[in-house]
Design a protein around this ligand. Structure first.
Ligand code: PLP
Length: 411
């Protein structure tokens, strides 16, 4: 039972936003509304051919020669340059490499060496678990102090412990609630205290403007397989502001980041610029898939993606309010405080997510009671938002969420 006024609103909004509908660029099943692009982005239609060519012609035909002839060696910098405009970064500051976990370890350790006389690291207790594990591991190994504070509280912590904080490590958008934090304000507060600001952009880059250079962010990392659609396990990226590059010295170093990798020297002499953030041989096939997927970013500037995303998430929320009461919103209502997802709490959240998937709407569940619907704007419509809310209302009315289904390993 779809509401007629909402259906009319969806049609009107989709007509208004027709120019930013990139659905045709993606391969998606017809019978699915895909609201989990913030966990694994959809497959751009042209990527399989690019990957097949890389496997058959480059790997199969060129073999080891492809490091030169197909420029495999330069892929981390090349793909970084492709990504830089999406992050609001000028040239020579972005590199694509390993997983987010690895890149974060690298950048946090480098940040600590940039502030050797400071003993405090500040991070968000609500951060993505891998971020918390990486930060606490480095803090433990160096005997430093970890201060846990929500991003809203971080400016006060910085003011209070100004002389002690080395680095603030925060997620730009909360992975659970979808709250968008004040990157410019917190970065400025960190600098006023003499500290560095390191941002995890996994849930923002590709979905909204980040403007790293304009806000003078020091360091950043982020995931390649969410809003950037790089595919399962796609490599992550690192941003090192040019002013920090000469002193950027991570704990984790590799031969690809050496000034002369093929000198095979026993001592690490870092390459110039962001190239020193390279580690060992990167996951090349995944990197080439990510490179091809970035064509989609060229088709729609990130500011336009943001407009579309805000309209979609606003409408999704309104539809759920009307058609599926009983879900309690966790995501801020104000546009400027919302990333590109909407989350609600519900006592039977896992049952809701499972029953919703059975009705063709794929979202995800997060502990303890969160229903999370990600909105990757380029391939979703307002009609999709209404379908999702309608299915939610129907399954709740029918009690389908109470069936008590076992949880798989990945939710
Ligand atoms: C998705 C995500 C990660 C993923 O880390 P991997 O090492 O790439 O698995 C890390 N941090 C945040 C904030 C994320 O959203």
């Amino acid at each position: 039972m779809t509401s007629a006024p909402l259906a009319a609103a969806a049609a009107r909004l989709d007509a208004d936003h027709a120019a930013s509908d990139l659905r045709e660029l993606f391969l998606l099943p017809d019978d699915v509304v895909y609201l989990d692009g913030n966990s694994l982005g959809a497959l751009p239609r042209h990527v399989p051919d690019v990957v097949a060519r890389a496997v058959l012609e480059d790997w199969g035909g060129e073999l080891v020669r492809a490091w030169n002839s197909r420029e495999w060696w330069r892929a981390p910098e090349r793909v970084g340059e492709r990504l830089a405009p999406v992050l609001g970064a000028g040239t020579g500051q972005v590199l694509v490499g390993d997983s987010t976990t690895v890149q974060l370890h690298q950048t946090v350790s480098a940040a600590l060496r940039l502030r050797p006389d400071r003993r405090v690291v500040v991070t968000d207790p609500g951060a993505f678990p891998t971020d918390l594990y990486v930060v606490s591991g480095l803090v433990e190994a160096r005997g430093l102090e970890l201060v846990l504070a929500s991003p809203a509280e971080v400016p006060a912590v910085l003011a209070e412990r100004a002389a002690e904080v080395a680095v603030v490590v925060l997620q730009h958008v909360d992975h659970r609630t979808g709250e968008l934090w004040d990157l410019p304000g917190i970065t400025e507060a960190a600098h006023t205290a003499g500290a560095l600001a390191l941002w995890d952009l996994s849930h923002s880059a590709g979905a909204l403007p980040v403007d790293l250079d304009a806000h003078e962010v020091d360091l950043a990392v982020g995931c390649g397989y969410k809003y950037l659609n790089g595919g399962p396990g796609a490599p992550a990226y690192v941003y090192v502001a040019r002013r920090h590059q000469a002193a950027y010295t991570p704990d984790l170093r590799g031969w690809h980041g050496h000034a002369e990798p093929f000198a095979m020297s026993p001592t690490w002499r870092p390459a110039e610029g962001v190239r020193r953030a390279r580690l060992g041989s990167p996951p090349l096939l995944s990197m080439l898939a990510l490179e091809a997927a970035l064509d989609v970013q060229d088709a729609l500037p990130v500011a336009r993606v943001r407009e579309r995303s805000l309209s979609l998430t606003r409408f999704l929320r309104a539809c759920v309010d009307e058609l599926a009461p009983g879900l309690v919103p966790l995501t801020p209502e104000a546009d400027e405080q919302r990333g590109s997802q909407v989350a609600w709490s519900h006592p039977a959240a896992w049952g809701v997510v499972h029953a919703l998937a059975a009705r063709g709407v794929i979202g995800d569940f997060r502990e303890p009671d969160v229903v999370r619907l990600g909105v990757a704007a380029p391939y979703l419509t307002h009609a999709d938002m209404l379908t999702a809310a309608t299915r939610l209302g129907e399954l709740l009315d029918a009690g389908e969420h109470l069936a008590g289904r076992p949880r798989p390993l990945v939710t």
